[in-house]
Write a protein that binds this ligand. Structure first.
Ligand code: GAL
Length: 467
């Protein structure tokens, strides 16, 4: 077979030597093209080489041997032995985060342990590409969802959708494919190229369905759209069906609104002031924002979903240009808003909210508002979800040895979600973003410690709450 293939390649190359006439036009199939492709296709076939730039994957045959590869950025050799592949770059560079595996999925990298701030691999050896997401427990398994990132500075638009992984132990994650796919229809709100961030999924016991919310910026609008997207599925891994995107709670005032924020005067003042309310100092600090958005709905960016002990679902999100948190009560099927909502942490500029409840107290961990750059985390606590909420302090402790950053910068990360495990442990999840190459953003999971009504989250190289 090997010799027959080489013979076929030689015959093609000889046929297209430039002297004999090409039966097709040179435009369609030039002789250089035909000659090189005859050999090139065989080289790839021989090494079983496939390359996906968006997924950051290179795969090779299972057959032991040494093979040539080239992917447009670099070339080199791959050595396959004992079901593992090691890759050597001869020229060019491979971006950080690239994974290499054999066709049967036995990778050169072990799937465990998942060490905080390092590249995490799934059970097939591919990099886990799920950022800013959440973990849901259902049916005896954990389900991880997140933002799918791609290489380079364009890595923050969504060309794929929301990937899903599942695990029974929080350490070995199986790739479950794309749970919510972006649309190929340019008119769709979730068209390829939208910004789709912080997907959260909860199970709705009233309907038996899985409901996903996420921060959506429709294509080409930067971060000006500030909408929430809603999708629903019959199974945890999807496929999720996109229902709609919207601003939140249109036509309603918050339950805890101040009287002087609801009249015509307040509306007139708000319509004038929200235009300047982009900063945390001066005009922005004083501006009254939300009344101007009562008619059309409030903006929604970083967010989380939370199901309370009574089964009531909540969307908690940064609103009013990220200055204030909104808590929106969801309808019984979790697919919309009841119209009852509360404002908290007014002008505190809290992003990345993550919520949990322990011993009758709710805790909300969040970040300051500095884009992708890390900042100091803060947490709030309350006896009731609808407040009052009290700002307590920074729960983070310890230093990330990889970058030398401690609580002052959340170890280089930003809060995202808090999972309560089957064993009753709480795991706080963070993202170390890499805006220069978002696919190489890293995950950090750490146990939450509760003591005397306070919480602390201490850096660990490997999360001890993961078995
Ligand atoms: C962060 C936010 C991220 C993303 C980013 C865009 O503050 O937490 O989810 O929206 O800003 O700059």
């Amino acid at each position: 077979m090997r010799y027959e293939s080489a013979g076929a390649a030689s015959a093609v190359r000889a046929r297209h030597d430039g002297a004999k006439r090409n039966p097709f036009s040179e435009n369609e199939c030039g002789r250089y093209y035909a000659r090189s492709m005859a050999s090139w296709g065989l080289l790839n076939a021989w090494g079983g080489f496939t390359y996906s730039a968006p997924d950051g994957r290179m795969t090779f045959t299972d057959r032991p041997g040494r093979y040539f590869w080239a992917n447009g950025r670099a070339f080199g050799t791959a050595t396959v032995a004992n079901g593992r592949v090691s890759v050597e770059v001869v020229e060019g560079t491979l971006p950080a985060g690239m994974t290499f595996a054999t066709a049967s999925g036995r990778a050169h990298a072990s799937s465990k342990p998942q060490r905080n701030g390092e590249v995490w691999h799934d059970t097939a050896g591919h990099v886990i590409n799920a950022h800013g997401g959440c973990v849901m427990e259902h049916g005896g398994r954990y389900w991880l969802y997140g933002e799918h990132k791609i290489y380079g500075t364009q890595g923050n638009v969504a060309p794929v959708g929301v990937p899903c992984y599942s695990s029974d132990n929080l350490a070995d994650w199986r790739d479950e494919g794309v749970a919510l796919a972006v649309s190929g229809d340019p008119k769709s709100d979730i068209a390829d190229g939208c910004v789709l961030e912080r997907p959260k999924v909860v199970y709705c016991a009233n309907t038996g369905k899985f409901v996903m919310y996420f921060h959506l910026e429709r294509p080409g609008r930067g971060y000006s759209d500030g909408r929430v997207g809603i999708a629903v599925a019959d199974r945890p891994a999807g496929p999720f069906v996109f229902l709609r995107s919207t601003r939140t709670t249109p036509g309603t005032y918050p339950v805890n609104a101040n009287a002087d924020e609801m009249g015509d005067d307040a509306l007139a003042r708000s319509q004038k002031e929200w235009e300047v309310a982009c900063g945390r100092t001066g005009e922005g600090e004083r501006a009254l924002i939300y009344p101007a958005h009562v008619a059309g709905g409030q903006d929604s960016r970083d967010m989380t979903l939370y199901v309370d002990d009574d089964g009531r679902g909540w969307l908690v999100h940064s609103s009013e240009r990220n200055s204030t948190l909104h808590f929106d009560e969801l309808t019984d099927d979790y697919m919309g808003f009841t119209g009852r909502w509360w404002r908290f942490a007014e002008k505190d500029w809290t992003e990345a909210p993550a919520l949990c409840k322990k011993d009758g107290r709710y805790f909300l961990v969040g970040s300051d508002c500095t884009g992708w750059a890390p900042n100091e985390a803060r947490y709030y606590r309350a006896r009731s979800l609808t407040g009052p909420w009290e700002r307590v302090g920074n729960p983070c402790r310890g230093v990330n040895p990889a970058n030398g950053l401690g609580p002052e910068k959340t170890w280089g990360g930003q809060s995202n979600y808090i999972l309560k495990t089957r064993e009753g442990r709480y795991i706080a999840m963070f993202d170390i973003w890499n805006p220069e190459n978002q696919v190489d953003s890293r995950l950090v999971w750490l146990p939450v410690q509760f003591k005397g009504g306070e919480i602390t989250i201490e850096w660990q190289d490997r999360c001890e709450a993961v078995p």
